[in-house]
Structure formats: structure tokens, C-alpha cells
Design a protein around this ligand. Structure first.
Ligand SMILES: [Zn+2]
Length: 315
């Protein structure tokens, strides 16, 4: 009897062990499958990140302000103000936004970022090209990138206050963050563009090459004139803000000796605009034209109203 019981118990135990073995084996299998799936998903995400952004190398064009740890894509690599002015005199303040010219009598509505002609220009945020034309006596080949004001607000430098130049302003006189939304980024004096009006672009995409077109022709300080505006049109500093509010651009005292040396070399040359750079581009802003059309229409409507009144008068 006892032996029989023992046998039964042994068989039962063996069955139990087999069952436990099976369970642990199937658990291992599930674990392996889960692991492989996780690896596959991770791989897909990494591949997506690599190829989804048109092979953009963010390491070179993005910077982080040590003050606020915000990731920003710069309009050109390693942005720094022009150390020299148009005539080739040392004058880093000349590059800055505000009443920085002619001893405070004249304003500068953007910032001049040093760049040898032909330097890659990047979209700083996702956006749309809404205007592009050649202004032969001013901005040269230039365009407007319209961006989402909320995205621009996200990269605003938390602790930036103009301090290095007494005449440098942060905001134009009209600036009121409650009613106005910053939304236009303007790139000027370009030599080439990779985009056209209506194109949507991705942050980090190369959209143009720098140049010295327009009134920058003949300069000793080749640069990208870079503006941020909350209205399409501004006069002087009105409706514009200091780009340094959003982008960390090296000032004269932050540049290395090597960086100043590169600018000094460049200042030995007078950089002229290439001939025929304007061919194929409109010579007037699309928005000014629209305004003109509107005025014409208004005139026609007003005139026909007058005519009708005269007719009515005759009757
Ligand atoms: Zn400028």
C-alpha cells in the first residue's frame, strides 16, 4: 500500500516538474519574442530619425544656450556677428539690431551674421516661403519664411538682455507680446536660393547660400542680414525684434582669435555681387504688389460709385 502511494506521489511530482519546466520554457520564449520586438521597434525609430530628416546633420548647425538648455537650429553654422563694418573697420556693434549706426542716429533692423559668400543657409524652424524678390538697392535677393509664432516663442532666450551695446534694442517700439505674434524670418543679400514662394520647408533644411547682393555689394564684411518681424512690413525698427532674442550669435568679445582671424582675412577683399544674380526673380515683393492691386480696385470701385452718383444727379 505504502509503496503504491509513494509511486503515485512520485508520478504526480514528475508531472508537476514537467509542467513547471514547460511553463518556464514558454515564459523564456515570450521573453525572447518581446525582446526581439522591442529591438525591431527601436531599430525602426532610429532609422526613421536618420532618414526622415533628409540626412540633416544637426550637430553642426544647432546650439544650446547654457542659460536655458533649449535646442536651436541656427541660420548659419557657428553664427557670429560681423567684426568689421562695410568699409572694413573694426566695428562689431555695426552688425547688431537697434540704433547701432551713425552714433545712434540710424537703426539696423536685423543682425549681420558673418558668412563668406556661398555659405549654407538653414531654415531655423518648419515654415513656408511666403515672399521672395530682388531688391537691387537694398536687401538684394531675399525671402520671408513664415513660421508658427508658438514654435518661435519656444526657442526664445529666457535670460537675454541687450547689454554689450548701449544702443542695441531688444524690441521695436510697437512690440506688445499680448497682441502681436512674431512670425516672419527674413534672409537677405543671398547669392542663391533652393526654394520658391509657396514651398514648405523643414527646420535644418539648406534653403539658400549667402552672398553680398543688393546694397551689401562691395562690402568688406560679407554677411547674412537676418531679420525677425511680427508684421510683414516694417519701417526701420518698427514691427521687428532683435534676432538675438531667439538666437545665440557670438559677439565680438566671444569670438576666438581664430574666428577673428578668418574675418580679418575676409575684410581684405571687397566682395561684389555676381552679375545676373537677379535673373528669373521678381523685382518687387508679392505683398506690395497685392497692396497696389487692392488700391487699384478701391480706386475703380470709388470711381464707379462717383459715376453712378453723377448719373443719379443727372436724373
Ligand atoms: Zn544688416
Amino acid at each position: 500500500m505504502d509503496n503504491e502511494k509513494k509511486n503515485v506521489n512520485r508520478v504526480l511530482n514528475e508531472k508537476k516538474e514537467n509542467l513547471e519546466n514547460k511553463n518556464s520554457k514558454s515564459r523564456k520564449k515570450i521573453g525572447i519574442i518581446l525582446g526581439i520586438t522591442a529591438l525591431l521597434i527601436l531599430g525602426i525609430i532610429i532609422l526613421g530619425m536618420i532618414f526622415g530628416r533628409k540626412n540633416i546633420n544637426f550637430r553642426n548647425i544647432a546650439t544650446e544656450d547654457e542659460d536655458d538648455k533649449i535646442f536651436r537650429i541656427n541660420p548659419v553654422k557657428n553664427p557670429q556677428v560681423t567684426y568689421y563694418n562695410f568699409r572694413g573697420e573694426v566695428y562689431p556693434d555695426w552688425a547688431k539690431f537697434g540704433l547701432t549706426r551713425s552714433n545712434g542716429a540710424r537703426g539696423h533692423q536685423g543682425i549681420d551674421i558673418f558668412a563668406l559668400p556661398g555659405t549654407d543657409v538653414y531654415a531655423v524652424l518648419d515654415g513656408k516661403i511666403v515672399d521672395m524678390y530682388v531688391d537691387k538697392t537694398g536687401y538684394g535677393l531675399n525671402f520671408y519664411l513664415e513660421v508658427n509664432p508658438k514654435e518661435l516663442e519656444k526657442i526664445k532666450r529666457k535670460n537675454y538682455k541687450p547689454k554689450e551695446s548701449a544702443r542695441e534694442w531688444a524690441y521695436s517700439p510697437n512690440y506688445d507680446p499680448n497682441t502681436m505674434q512674431v512670425k516672419y524670418i527674413r534672409y537677405c543679400h543671398l547669392s542663391e536660393v533652393n526654394v520658391k514662394i509657396g514651398d514648405t520647408v523643414k527646420a535644418g533644411q539648406v534653403i539658400a547660400k549667402t552672398g553680398t547682393t543688393g546694397n551689401a555689394s562691395g562690402t568688406h564684411a560679407p554677411h547674412l542680414h537676418f531679420e525677425i518681424a511680427f508684421e510683414m512690413r516694417g519701417k526701420g525698427l518698427t514691427n521687428r525684434v532683435d534676432p538675438e532674442m531667439y538666437f545665440k550669435i557670438k559677439n565680438g568679445n566671444q569670438m576666438s582669435r581664430h574666428e577673428i582671424k578668418i574675418q580679418t582675412e575676409a575684410a581684405r577683399t571687397e566682395w561684389f555681387e555676381p552679375k545676373g544674380y537677379d535673373i528669373g526673380f521678381r523685382n518687387k515683393s508679392i505683398f506690395l504688389e497685392k497692396k497696389d492691386d487692392l488700391h487699384k480696385k478701391e480706386k475703380i470701385i470709388n470711381n464707379s460709385k462717383k459715376m453712378n452718383l453723377k448719373k443719379v444727379g443727372k436724373k
